[in-house]
Each structure stands twice: as structure tokens, then as C-alpha cells.
Design a protein around this ligand. Structure first.
Ligand SMILES: [Zn+2]
Length: 370
């Protein structure tokens, strides 16, 4: 199948107009101008890679955090309609035995290709920066718990967020990273030194930078400075106009060019209506698209990745920067090698955006989604 589009955004270059040949689930040829033979599909708008969401708890009225396979498939298909073709399912803090069970259930969907991996956000987080995580269930990472969850997750476990200042955290970071799992630093009161030590131990992601993390200070720079300045670290941002001010989004982009990963951190109300929801064991109310716990803490977003791209462009990112941060950036951070870019040999995961950056068509693994 040959597709043509007004513009195709590829790593480092925008082709306008452009064409791509898709055979089975792969992009096999790519070019500028007219295709070598008549197009099978003429697309109006901009062709970009399918979005890669590294941090998502729910959507479409459903949630990953209950550990139910049918609900998890609903989440993935709700976000797929908005262009997310690779999705990491994020769990929130719960009893270790529950997390073990949930990781196993979601792991089967990773094996089936529905999900790109599972992210454990908690229980090894700071009580002072717990956000919408149940504080009574937070704990330091014991070797036994780390090994239990690594064993339950197997190859499906793609990421774990850890607060480096907790007892045993450096050992846990080394063990998790040593098992080939990405370590995120987040929900943390770490010092600049502790965050740097965590990076030295193998941490490579800043979990939703600026949210639920000790703030920047000119004499005590803290974890944000350590994460932004180290080129080994990719920076998650929740770009929804609620979690992070546009000036801070631009600050992160300037400090960490090429290392930004837009994430939704979405809960059940993304691509769904306001109402009462759950985020793991926590009750969440959604009003006017903003999710909060009873105490008023922001409890995840109602974003889609397409919404994050639109908001980033409205905040001053170029379209290329926003698309890169929604596709190649997160794929690289997660070690996903064949998604997140339109190039020869990559998976045919494609999204068409109109001039308002609304999603008008989605292809996943070479198949158009209706
Ligand atoms: Zn969080």
C-alpha cells in the first residue's frame, strides 16, 4: 500500500509532500514528492508516528489499576482512537501481593502485543510527595519485595519509579536497572546529590518532572536540576495546562532538548466524561476535565497524547518538537526500537493530524483503526 500526505514528520526531517509504502506491518519505503506508482491512499494533513505513552493509568472510563484484562483492553483501545499505538500500563501504589497479581494479568497483554509494558509507580515513593498514592501503603524497597515484583513482571515489566532517598533505594535501583527495567526517579524528596547517585546507579527517567518532586532552589538545586542536566535522563512532562505551567514546559525543553517524553498520566476519565472514578485504592472526582482526590491533590490527568501534543504546541514547542516528544523520545527512553519514528523498517504505526492537530486516522501494525 502506498500512502501520500501533505507532510510526513520523520526523525530530523519533515518531508512535504511525502509518500510511504507499507507492506504488512512495516514501512518499507519512504520518499519526497510523487510516489513511484499511484497512491492507494491520499491523506490530507500531516503524517506522524503513532504516539508512545510511557505513563498512563486509564482512559475511556476504564483503568489499568484494577488489574483486569478486559478493562485494560478498553483503556488501550480508547487511547488508540486518539493515536496512541504503544502504551505502557502504569499501576499505582497498592499492596505488594495485589501489584504482583496485576502485573501478571497485564503482562499477558504485553505478550499479546496489546501493551508495550507495565510501569510500577509505587510503592517505593516519598510520603511527602505521594500525590494521589495511598500514603499508608508506601514503603522503602526491601530486597524481597523488589525480587518478588521483578519475578512477577518478567519481560513485561518495562519501568519502575523509585524515590532515591528511601532506605535501600540505591540497591533497588541497581537491581531493577540490572534486570533491564527502566528506573524512573519521581515522587521524591531527594537532594541533588541523591538524585545524581540514583542516575549513577542506573536511573534514566524523570517521572512526571515538576509534579510531586522537591522543587528547584538556587542553593539546594534538588532532583529537578540533577535530572535535567544529565544527558542520560529522559524527562516525562504532563503537558495538559493543569499539571505544569507552559513556562516550565519550555524550560525543560531548553534544558533537555531531544530528551523530552510527553506522557498523559491519564486516569479513567481520559477520553471519557467527568464523574466519580478510582485510581487504584483512591477515590477521584473529575470536574471540568480535572481529576482530584478528596483532599484536592491532582490525581492524574484526562489527557490523550494528541491533547498533549496540541497543548505543547500551544505552549511554544514546534510541531516537530512536540511530535518528537510524543513518539521518538519516549520510545528511546523505554528501549522500544521499532516504534516512535517513521522510517524504513519501523513498525507501520501512523497517525494523521489535521491543521488543528486533531487525529483524523490511525494505523497500528499496518492496519487502519476504525
Ligand atoms: Zn505520579
Amino acid at each position: 500500500m502506498i500512502l501520500t500526505a501533505d507532510r510526513i514528520i520523520t526523525p530530523g526531517r519533515t518531508i512535504a509532500p511525502g509518500w510511504a509504502r507499507v507492506v504488512s506491518d512495516r514501512v518499507t519505503e519512504l520518499g519526497e514528492g510523487s510516489p513511484p506508482s499511484p497512491a492507494d491512499v491520499v491523506l490530507t494533513g500531516t503524517l506522524v508516528p503513532g504516539f508512545v505513552d510511557a505513563h498512563c493509568h486509564g482512559g475511556g472510563g476504564a483503568s489499568f489499576t484494577v488489574g483486569d484484562a478486559d478493562e485494560a483492553m478498553e483503556v488501550a483501545s480508547a487511547h488508540l482512537r486518539h493515536g496512541t499505538t504503544s502504551m505502557v500500563a502504569s499501576l499505582v501504589t497498592d499492596e505488594v501481593s495485589e501489584l504482583e497479581r496485576h502485573v501478571r494479568v497485564l503482562g499477558e497483554l504485553v505478550t499479546d502485543g496489546v501493551l508495550a509494558g507495565v510501569h510500577l509507580e509505587g510503592p517505593w515513593l516519598s510520603r511527602d510527595f505521594c500525590g494521589a498514592h495511598e500514603p499508608s501503603l508506601l514503603r522503602p524497597p526491601s530486597r524481597e519485595d523488589v525480587d518478588r515484583l521483578l519475578a512477577a513482571g518478567g519481560d513485561a515489566l518495562r519501568m519502575v519509579t523509585i524515590a532515591p532517598e528511601l532506605d535501600g533505594a540505591m540497591d533497588a535501583i541497581r537491581r531493577v536497572a540490572g534486570a533491564g527495567v527502566v528506573v524512573g526517579v519521581g515522587h521524591t524528596d531527594a537532594t541533588w546529590e541523591q538524585a545524581g547517585e540514583a542516575i549513577g546507579a542506573g536511573a534514566t527517567v524523570a517521572t512526571h518532572l515538576f509534579n510531586q518532586i522537591r522543587g528547584l532552589h538556587h542553593r539546594r538545586p534538588g532532583p529537578i536540576a540533577a535530572l535535567l542536566e544529565d544527558e542520560r535522563v529522559s524527562i516525562e512532562l504532563i503537558s495538559d495546562g493543569v499539571h505544569v505551567h507552559p513556562a516550565m514546559l519550555r524550560l525543560a525543553l531548553t534544558a533537555a532538548p531531544g530528551r523530552i517524553m510527553l506522557v498523559t498520566d491519564a486516569m479513567g476519565a481520559a477520553a471519557a466524561d467527568d464523574g466519580d472514578y478510582h485510581l487504584g485504592p483512591i477515590h477521584v472526582q473529575v470536574r471540568d476535565g480535572v481529576a482530584r482526590t478528596p483532599s484536592g491533590a491532582i490525581a492524574g490527568s484526562t489527557l490523550t497524547m494528541a491533547g498533549a501534543v496540541r497543548h505543547s504546541v500551544a505552549s511554544g514547542f514546534t510541531l516537530e518538537q512536540a511530535v518528537d516528544a510524543a513518539t521518538r523520545g519516549p520510545a528511546a527512553a523505554l528501549g522500544l526500537t521499532d516504534v516512535g519514528r517513521i522510517e524504513v523498517g519501523a513498525r507501520a504505526d501512523l497517525v494523521v493530524l489535521d491543521e488543528d492537530l486533531a487525529v483524523t486516522a490511525v494505523m497500528r501494525r499496518g492496519a487502519w483503526q476504525s
